[in-house]
Write a protein that binds this ligand. Structure first.
Ligand code: ADP
Ligand code: MG
Length: 191
């Protein structure tokens, strides 16, 4: 029988990775073979694991192209989980559809929106194909309302500023905040 597709989408800080890890853990408890895949570009937590902002983590493999995913699947894998789907681009969609047809269950987590509030493929397209969509929101950093968006803020600082040095940039750095509809404009001097 074909597999089932679950898509977990939302802005940054919505708990997408927590939900993906929760689903992977449940499959592992059930004795099902799992594989977690992320993109080479997502090296924030080091190679070999995906981790949430709250600290839950699970072992992963990384690839630099969606078309490489089938080649790292061993025959015992029943559930494929893909985190940070936006890094793979639209090429992820046909790869996932083929694996579903081949009988794998697939969970995909990723951003639904860019930092300037536009739909961010491939998650919206994958939602159209999914048996289950888990749409998550974050908490607005301004007012605490449900946040469907995130914004990019630039922080300027002198060379040697600890905040700057930590992120490895000279003369400035950037950070992201979850924002609700009323506060989705990052405001003057930012963005
Ligand atoms: P995502 O993968 O969607 O970016 P994570 O699963 O990595 O999210 O992290 C979710 C966790 O981030 C929350 O459980 C909470 O502990 C923390 N967090 C930090 N800032 C926020 C915020 N603005 N809204 C919601 N959760 C936040
Ligand atoms: Mg995440």
């Amino acid at each position: 029988a074909p597999g089932r597709l679950t898509v977990v989408g939302g802005p940054m800080f919505a708990g997408k990775t927590e939900e993906l890890v929760r689903r992977v853990r449940r499959a592992q408890i059930a004795g099902r073979g799992t594989l977690v895949v992320t993109h080479d570009l997502d090296s924030r937590y080091g190679a070999g694991r995906v981790a949430s902002h709250s600290g839950v983590a699970v072992a992963s493999r990384s690839v630099d192209d969606a078309r490489a995913i089938p080649s790292i699947l061993s025959p015992d894998v029943r559930l494929l989980a893909v985190d940070e789907a936006q890094f793979f681009g639209p090429e992820l969609v046909p790869v996932v559809l083929d694996l579903l047809d081949a009988g794998l269950d697939v969970v995909v987590a990723g951003l639904t929106v860019t930092f300037d509030g536009r739909p961010f493929e491939p998650v919206p397209a994958l939602m159209a194909h999914a048996e289950t969509v888990t749409r998550l929101t974050a908490v607005c950093s301004v007012c605490g309302a449900d946040a469907a968006y995130h914004v990019r803020l630039h922080r300027r600082g002198p060379v040697g500023d600890p905040l700057v040095a930590v992120e490895g940039h000279v003369g400035g750095t950037e950070s992201y905040q979850a924002r609700c509809r009323a506060h989705r404009d990052p405001g003057p001097g930012s963005g």
